[in-house]
Design a protein around this ligand. Structure first.
Ligand code: 6PG
Length: 251
C-alpha cells in the first residue's frame, strides 16, 4: 500500500520570489544531506522556468553550497547538441555550471550524441545504476536526493507526455521518447517514473498564467489527475513541494 507522500503547495507573488524560495529550500536540503551522507544527488529540470533559480544558485547562494559534494543529473534532455538553444544541459551550463566549482566528474549529462537515442538512454541508465544501483548504499536515498521538475501546459513533466507508453514502464530508468507532434524538439531522452519515484523529494517549479488550468486540474482532484497527467504521477519517497507563482496558482 502506498504510504502517502507529504505534499505541500507554496504560492509566491512572482517567478523571482518563487525561485528564491526554491534556492533557499534546495540549499538547506543540500547542506543537511551532505552533512548526513557526504553527497547530494540533484536532478536538474529543463525548460525555461528554472533559469532564475540556476542564476541564484550561481550567485547569491553560490558560497553556501558545498559544490564538490554535489552531483548533477538531468530529468530529461532534448536530442540536440549542448550548444543548441534547446539543450537543457546547455542552459544549465550557461546559467549555473560555468559559475560554480562543481567537479567535472560530478556532472552527469545525458549523452544524446549517442545514436540511436535508445542507446543513449541505455548508456545513461548505466551511469545511474552504477551511481545508485544495488546494493543500495546503506542510508543513501535509493536514487536522487532531489528532483527538480517543471510542468507543461499539457501536464507533462520531464519528457513524460500524457498517453505515452513510457508511463507504464516498470523496469527501465531511462528511455528515448518522441514528443507529441506539436512539441519540438521531437526526440528526447527522459527519466521514467520508476527512477523519479525512487527519489527522496521532488520540487515542481511552475510559473505563469498559461499553467493555471493544468495546475488547477492536477491539484484539484489529484487522484483523477494521476490517471492522466504525468506530473500528477510523480510520487517520490518523502515529499513533493509545488512551488507556484500567483499567476500559475489555482484559484
Ligand atoms: C523539458 C522539461 C519540461 C519542462 C516543461 C515546462 O525538457 O522541456 O523537462 O518538462 O519542465 O515543459 O517548461 P517551461 O519551464 O519552459 O514552462
Amino acid at each position: 500500500m502506498d504510504i502517502a507522500v507529504s505534499r505541500k503547495v507554496l504560492v509566491y507573488s512572482d517567478q523571482e520570489s518563487l525561485s528564491r524560495a526554491v534556492a533557499e529550500s534546495l540549499t538547506t536540503l543540500a547542506l543537511a544531506t551532505i552533512d548526513e551522507r557526504g553527497r547530494f544527488a540533484l536532478a536538474l529540470s529543463g525548460g525555461s522556468t528554472p533559469c532564475i533559480l540556476y542564476q541564484l544558485l550561481a550567485g547569491e547562494y553560490r558560497d553556501q553550497i558545498p559544490w564538490p559534494e554535489v552531483h548533477l543529473f538531468w530529468g530529461d534532455e532534448r536530442c540536440v547538441p549542448p550548444e543548441h538553444r534547446d539543450s537543457n544541459f546547455g542552459m544549465a551550463r550557461q546559467t549555473l555550471i560555468a559559475k560554480v566549482p562543481v567537479p567535472p566528474e560530478n556532472i552527469h549529462r545525458i549523452p544524446v550524441e549517442i545514436k540511436p537515442y535508445e542507446r543513449a538512454a541505455k548508456a545513461y541508465e548505466q551511469v545511474l545504476r552504477e551511481f545508485f544501483g544495488p546494493p543500495v548504499t546503506e542510508g543513501l536515498a535509493p536514487s536522487f536526493d532531489l528532483v527538480l521538475l517543471g510542468v507543461g501546459e499539457d501536464g507533462h513533466t520531464a519528457s513524460l507526455f500524457s498517453g505515452s507508453p513510457v508511463l507504464q514502464e516498470q523496469e527501465r530508468w531511462v528511455a528515448a521518447v518522441q514528443a507529441p507532434p506539436t512539441v519540438s524538439p521531437a526526440w528526447r531522452v527522459t527519466l521514467t517514473l520508476p527512477i523519479i519515484n525512487r527519489a527522496a523529494r521532488a520540487f515542481f517549479l511552475i510559473s505563469g498564467e498559461e499553467k493555471r488550468a493544468v495546475v488547477t486540474s492536477i491539484l484539484g482532484d489529484h487522484e483523477a489527475a494521476s490517471q492522466h497527467y504525468p506530473a500528477a504521477m510523480v510520487r517520490p519517497k518523502t515529499e513533493v513541494i509545488w512551488f507556484l507563482d500567483q499567476a500559475a496558482a489555482a484559484k
